[in-house]
Design a protein around this ligand. Structure first.
Ligand SMILES: [Zn+2]
Length: 67
């Protein structure tokens, strides 16, 4: 059996922010965020209107996982 390269992310996970299955991405507190949304998170300003959405969504999902 060929050894698959190990990665810190699970491929094909559903991004919690855009709800799309993406191969690329990062794991934030066991929550999968695709590369695209990660970039948005990095670039987003506190003044940005999408900022509350990201924060609330991430917090909600993190809490769900930990409770
Ligand atoms: Zn995404």
């Amino acid at each position: 059996m060929p050894v698959k390269k190990s990665m810190t992310i699970r491929l094909g996970d559903t991004c919690v922010l855009c709800k799309q299955q993406k191969e690329d991405g990062i794991q934030l507190c066991e929550v999968h965020v695709c590369e695209e949304c990660e970039q948005k998170l990095v670039d987003v300003n506190v003044d940005d209107e999408v900022y509350p959405f990201y924060v609330v969504e991430l917090r909600r999902l993190s809490l769900e996982r930990f409770l």
